[in-house]
Design a protein around this ligand. Structure first.
Ligand code: F6P
Length: 343
């Protein structure tokens, strides 16, 4: 069997570990051949390929990023894009695709599967918001990076008696903010799922200062003030090929709102792509490797239209359609656990 592999969407630590596991088991155990498609769906769309054999995956386990490249190319937004993909796969003699991606990349894979393309999905995103899997790889690394940043911000905040805000990634789901905020002892955690009251945030900031400590606030890039706040935050960075707003800026907005309401100095650190770059944590390397091994098993079984998923400590196969139907968000119960430590 000849299998194409692609990585799409925002990159995340562990992508190379998946590619390595797919190729090592695919070639070594099943005798498959692989074709690397470059830059997500751009690869099969434009016939942009690279050799992908055992020599190409040597030494990549601890490397961040993806040797295949990534993009947010959406074949459904390109005229005749899907037909071009099918023609190119046929011309290259590619029997199946292993698609490593998040909601958008796997959403395309699910639709192609409906059209008869043989696909297996592997869930990736630092945001951890893919349904049907307990965790995605990349998330643990991002949480560790954000937690270390919070630890460092605590000490400098104390020295200068300032409120420090950390803006972390998380478009629709606050998993990174919640986990890093809990691990780092944040005094306020703001997530997209729960619009925040500016009055309440300022009250937490003041009560923290009253206890002679400086507040650390962790805010997801997708968090928003509620209507009671009387002020709104407007995004103005356009949208990507899947129609998602480009986020960023809520941290700065919050700092100036806190300063004007409390009179206390407030500053913001935006962690941005630092959360996505660099070497994966040991947890993510193992999870990504296991996902890769199970994805190639699913291809061997011809179990198309499935995504490998972590359930407890087992890797299981779930329908791609289930995985992409809705996002996994933070529940109010879980958020309430973190709230105990606010202020
Ligand atoms: O989807 C993962 C993610 O890291 C989001 O948290 C973030 O909003 C987005 O990617 C940023 O994407 P880009 O690097 O394309 O701006």
């Amino acid at each position: 069997m000849r299998i194409g592999v692609l990585t799409g969407g925002g990159d995340c630590p562990g992508l190379n570990a998946v590619i390595r596991a797919v190729v090592r088991k695919g070639v070594g155990v099943f005798g498959f051949e692989f074709v690397g498609f470059r830059d997500g769906w751009r690869g099969p769309l434009e016939n942009a390929t690279m050799q992908l054999g055992v020599p190409e995956v040597r030494g990549i386990l601890p490397r961040g990023g993806t040797i295949l490249g990534s993009s947010r190319t959406n074949p459904y937004a390109v005229d005749g894009g899907v037909d071009r993909i099918r023609e190119n796969l046929h011309a290259l003699g590619v029997d199946a695709l292993i698609v490593i991606g998040g909601e958008d990349t796997l959403g395309v894979a699910a639709q192609l599967h409906e059209l008869g393309v043989n696909v297996i999905g592997v869930p990736k995103t630092i945001d951890n918001d893919l349904n049907a899997t307990d965790y995605t790889f990349g998330f643990d690394t991002a949480v560790n990076i954000a937690t270390e940043a919070i630890d460092r911000l605590h000490t400098t905040a104390e020295s200068h008696h300032r409120a420090l805000i950390v803006e972390v990634m998380g478009r629709h789901a606050g998993w990174i903010a919640l986990h890093a905020g809990m691990a780092g002892g944040a005094n306020v955690i703001l997530i997209p799922e729960v619009p925040f009251s500016l009055d309440r945030v300022c009250a937490y900031v003041e009560s923290r200062f009253q206890s002679h400590y400086s507040p650390i606030l962790v805010v997801s890039e997708g968090a928003m003030p509620d209507v009671s706040s009387g002020e709104s935050f407007v995004l103005d960075k356009g949208v990507d090929a899947f129609g998602h707003a480009r986020l960023g800026g809520i941290g700065e907005w919050l700092a100036s709102a806190i300063e004007s309401r409390t009179g206390k100095e407030a500053r913001t650190t935006v962690l941005g792509h630092i959360q996505r770059g660099g070497t994966p944590s040991a947890f993510d390397r193992v999870l990504a490797t296991r996902f890769g091994l199970h994805a190639v098993d699913a291809a061997k079984d011809g179990d198309w239209g499935k995504m490998v998923a972590l359930r407890g400590t087992d890797i299981q196969r779930v329908p791609l359609a289930d995985a992409t139907r809705e996002l996994k968000t933070v529940s109010t119960e879980l958020y309430a656990e973190a709230e105990v430590f606010f202020g």
